[in-house]
Design a protein around this ligand. Structure first.
Ligand SMILES: Cc1cc2nc3c(=O)[nH]c(=O)nc-3n(C[C@H](O)[C@H](O)[C@H](O)COP(=O)(O)OP(=O)(O)OC[C@H]3O[C@@H](n4cnc5c(N)ncnc54)[C@H](O)[C@@H]3O)c2cc1C
Length: 325
């Protein structure tokens, strides 16, 4: 449902901006939700990141949503890979948990190459699965290719890697986040930590100067804090390609003594598949015998795999790049 299609049948549309709407039985403040009161007296609900939904689903998606000043057991800043793990662990242990993100539509979004596992990371995914986490199960459900790396070498350096379907992975993980009890999601950008006693923290403040209180705050902000993306010689503020950086938090963390710096991530150029002559490339097929991240066999469902292709830069490519830059 969008405002356009509903206008003819709706008597009132409450757009998804922060504000309160009294709807008979309940009063909500929401900024991720649109409610339209229809002529026949029913209400129509739609939430950002969820779409058209029932009232119960809307309430659950926006559960605990109010205009700030709420208290949580744990606040997790971010909703990427790391945040999903922390927030799910916290909520599943029964802690009332708030996850703050810049973009609800990008929950569990994988930056650039959507690979899970691989060298030095595969064992982490297995350990998280053994502890009841979701990354391994979701990667097993959404893989496009699975491969054990370094099979010609000893077992110590072998590592399972999955190339996953980026969109499917995010959709599946969002479903899990959405249906987890004790877990609330809020969108506005966090800009400050509220200092507590004895060097502790008592909460966070967001861009709209709303406070959320908790003695436990976990920052999993990925590449977003004052993030920069370089393309050729040009740089621009960005969290990930196409997403805004977050501002304010870095500046506010520095005075109490936190050190901040940038780490660089290198991303190969993305090219259109239609422009590549695959006959000149070395194919890399997935494993015939598929290995799994999750220890739970109900997730071991084989899928059709895609082929990856190898190529390398040459002296000619280097010359070309030098000439262009
Ligand atoms: C262009 C690019 C390409 C990359 N390519 C790869 C790759 O190929 N392979 C790889 O393994 N890694 C790659 N990375 C690194 C990648 O960022 C990490 O692997 C991984 O995504 C980090 O996960 P994370 O959960 O720590 O953070 P992210 O997934 O980055 O999530 C951070 C979360 O914090 C939220 N957030 C940030 N600041 C605030 C704030 N102030 N208030 C509220 N919410 C906030 C964001 O909305 C987001 O939900 C790449 C990074 C970039 C930028």
């Amino acid at each position: 449902m969008d405002s356009q299609t509903l206008t003819s049948e709706a008597t009132t549309i409450f757009p998804g901006t922060a504000g309160r709407h009294y709807d008979g039985m309940f009063s909500l403040a929401y900024e991720n939700m649109t409610v339209a009161s229809l002529k026949d007296g029913r209400s129509h609900y739609r939430c950002v990141g969820l779409g058209t939904c029932t009232k119960d689903e809307a309430l659950h998606w926006n559960n605990h949503v109010a205009a700030g000043d709420e208290t949580y057991d744990v606040i997790v800043v971010g909703n990427g890979h790391a945040s999903c793990k922390v927030a799910l662990a916290s909520a599943c242990l029964g802690a009332k948990t708030l996850s703050l993100t810049l973009n609800i539509d990008r929950i569990a979004w994988q930056a650039c190459n959507p690979a899970v596992g691989g060298s030095a990371k595969c064992q982490l995914v297995l350990e998280v699965d053994a502890l009841g986490g979701e990354i391994g199960k979701t990667a097993d459900r959404c893989y496009l290719q699975k491969r054990v790396l370094n099979v010609s070498r000893g077992p110590a350096v072998r590592a399972l890697r999955a190339q996953t379907d980026k969109r499917e992975y995010a959709i599946e993980m969002k479903k899990i986040i959405k249906s987890t009890l004790n877990l609330s999601i809020r969108k506005p950008m966090l800009t400050d930590l509220l200092p507590g006693t004895n060097d502790g923290v008592k909460g966070v403040r967001n861009f709209f100067v709303m406070n959320f209180y908790s003695n436990f705050v976990v920052l999993t902000t990925g590449t977003f804090m004052n993030g920069k993306v370089w393309v050729g010689r040009t740089s621009m503020p960005a969290g990930r390609a196409g997403e805004s950086a977050s501002h304010g938090l870095t500046e506010n963390l520095q005075p109490p003594g936190f050190e901040t710096d940038w780490l660089k991530t290198g991303t190969p150029a993305c090219v259109s598949s239609r422009t590549v002559d695959y006959s000149l490339l070395e194919p890399q097929h997935g494993d015939e015998e598929v290995h799994w991240f999750s220890f739970d066999p109900t997730y071991h469902i084989e899928r059709q795999q895609l082929c990856c292709y190898f190529t390398r830069t040459t002296q000619v490519t280097h010359q070309l790049i030098k000439k262009l830059t």
